[in-house]
Design a protein around this ligand. Sequence first.
Ligand code: SAH
Ligand code: SF4
Length: 431
Amino acid sequence: MRYYIDTYGCQMNVHDSEIIAGILEADGFLPAEAPEGSDVVLLVSCAVREHAETRVLGRTAQLGGISRKGSRHRPVLVLCGCVAQEHGGGLLDRFPDLDLVVGPDCYLQLPGLIRGSARTSMVEFRREDYEGVMPVRRDFPRAFVTIMRGCDNFCTYCIVPYVRGRERSRRADSVVSEVRDLSERGYREITLLGQNVNSYKDGETSFPVLLERVSEAAGDTWIRFVTSHPKDLVDDTVSVMAAHGNICRQLHLPLQSGSDAVLGRMRRGYTAAQYLEKIEALREAMPGIVLSTDMIAGFPGETEEDFSMTVDMMERIRYDYAFLFRYSERSGTAACGMDGSVPGEERLRRLGVLQDIQRRITLERSRDLIGRTVRVLVTGPARREGQQAARTGGNRMVVLQDTEFPPGSVVEVRIARADGWTHFGEPVEDR
Ligand code: SAH
Ligand code: SF4
């Protein structure tokens, strides 16, 4: 049987698709190039904002309509991931062509469900960690390694704890041996994944201890990790980062809002001042560290003054990059019923303000690199013919023109120009 996977959402979902592929291929399934011509199509869905969910459900309806080339049979259609978990079996009534609804803890059951004939849903939480599954990675020389799944933070806007279940950490020994193995197989960048990697715990092993062990096992493979919750980012993590050259000088540290009142209602567990202290400690330990954030505009009760505090924080911190969102109600979350709903148009206006600020700052910071020589990891072909894509240690995108380095090469390039987050580099030497 041939399978095709369509993935939406965060890096966690991208890696879940690699895990699903691993489960299916261990059972004799083979990958297909396109949904047409495959025997089973799986959608790995994202429910974090309404827009993401609408897209996935639109795609579900669309895929339901396709027929397999040269045959009147249509592929088995499976909805996996967070939207599957959120709505469960009710989706089978809404989408007559949908065959299976399978939540993030039930992927081991996929081969049996696909071969069986029942239209059904499976969405129970099993604290699954997919230990023993060999993910099928298709992004050489870059790899994801999950260190924990689920989330217990219940930020009031967020659906993740409801659809991904309780937090559980993988065994440290297992993480370290996976990292060592990937590094020995030539992977040059490994990203440790979790909704809140800083709350990793395996017995006595906390996140900074794990990070140090991972760094030591990784040789000259670059290490990143995502996502860090500011409330749990401890000094030890900063000093481990600073002490190890293979840990990238880059951190995604979502602030969400610059107003303490809003942060309190979001239940984030830190104030703007505490957050700033962490940023200062990071910059002091690692000058030039590349910093990024997530921000939400128009959370319930956000006044003009609250919003201006978010603007101030962005101007003050000058992130290299930011993921900016307008608040989206997610049913079942605590914020959904809160007073002070900000009208949709106003959320959009505030989002636009944040986007304009960040666009300018991203460009200014990127232009600071022009003329400088940086070391990049070549990841593969870029979108345009004749171009290759690469990343700096800071995770900046660099495009190389007319080069043919094997993916995985580490090359010194001079940055010739910058266009927002994308930079254009010219090799000065290779190694
Ligand atoms: N665990 C990570 C990521 C969670 S989801 C973390 O804690 O940072 C990624 C981002 O989506 C969040 O950081 C938040 O900025 C955004 N997000 C989550 N729920 C949202 C909602 N209901 N409306 C708008 N943005 C949301
Ligand atoms: Fe959502 Fe907060 Fe958990 Fe991140 S830490 S996944 S924002 S509840």
